[in-house]
Design a protein around this ligand. Sequence first.
Ligand code: PLP
Length: 407
Amino acid sequence: MVKINDNYEKLPGSYLFSDIAKKVSAYQEANPDQKIIRLGIGDVTQPLTDSVISALHSAVDEMGQAKTFHGYAPDLGYEFLRTAIAKHDYEERGCDIAADEIFVSDGAKSDSANIQEIFSLDNVIAVCDPVYPVYVDSNVMAGRAGDYDEERGLFDRIVYMPCDAEHGFAPQLPEQEADLIYLCFPNNPTGAVINKEELQKWVDYANEHSSIIIYDAAYEAYIRTDGIPHSIYECKGARTCAIELHSFSKNAGFTGVRLGYTVVPKDLVRDGVALHKLWARRHSTKYNGAPYIIQRAGEAVYSEAGQREVKQLVDYYMKNAAYILKGLKEAGFTVSGGVDAPYIWLKTPNQMTSWEFFDELLEKVGVVGTPGSGFGPHGEGYFRLTAFGSYENTVEAVDRMTKHFQK
Ligand code: PLP
């Protein structure tokens, strides 16, 4: 008889964003005339850029000719894309990462979930609290998280690293022993970043403790402040302790197209085994999950025009972030993030819980955001707004919030 993986049963309820979608559609059904503004889910809204569209068209034409047709993609991804990544994202930043240490994939979500497969179930994982839920969920499904404590909202084998206002929403080095440490900067949901000196402390810690850092750099393109690292490989010694995840979703708008990559340096060895070799055998994204057509689109992102267009896209969203930040500050909210990240982290007013604030914002203001508690227990009492809407909708949302909460 087939037995299911009952670790799945340990996942609390449904995925945060499906709960939000259900509430929003119930409200919209009951109030069909209300214009709802969505500043909740971290999806982008602006179309793919000209360079990307033109690369997609040419690649589609190539697939229709026997001479230029492409079947299964090479295991690590096409060299044209890996070379462009190595040059632009690493060499130009002074990082020592070679093209054959880059594994192209269908996005950072699958890689951030699947990377744990190459590690034993004995490992203890450490996560920021709050953080992007996929790191915890994938370890729960694998059986590495222990049991869920409903009351505290925590798994008993996970080390949670609280990120609170006192430390600028940055985690402190864990006091308990941790083998796999997930870090995400700029952070989803808080929008927090850390400088190179602080990141260096994590790298030193990981090398001293023989831990591994899984560094999620999905929002790196949003960094504006000098001295904030775009990659963990800007730190000394990171080649022997860090894996880095990247996405084309947030910089180039590939959320519906799917493309990302993961860096596993060849110097990363544990138990005498090079992790690079193990990740090369991953089954979850064999043939790397990203079709030829999409990898050509990714290559176009690194062209001169492509880089200009990415900058325009990021500037567009960051104008929204600046508007939200300024508007809500003036309205008396306590807000952070939004400077080097497309997320604004807002303290709920009047000690409301995250979900109470969600309901009031949806029902009285017609604006959708994301309750902070969905990202971990330390997110309770906070709320995430994204800069990924259109400028017009962002302005309207902030104006509506200001009017409602200043009453
Ligand atoms: N990593 C973080 C921190 C994210 O917030 C997201 C998406 O919201 C992802 C990864 C997923 O990226 P992708 O679209 O490449 O799967």
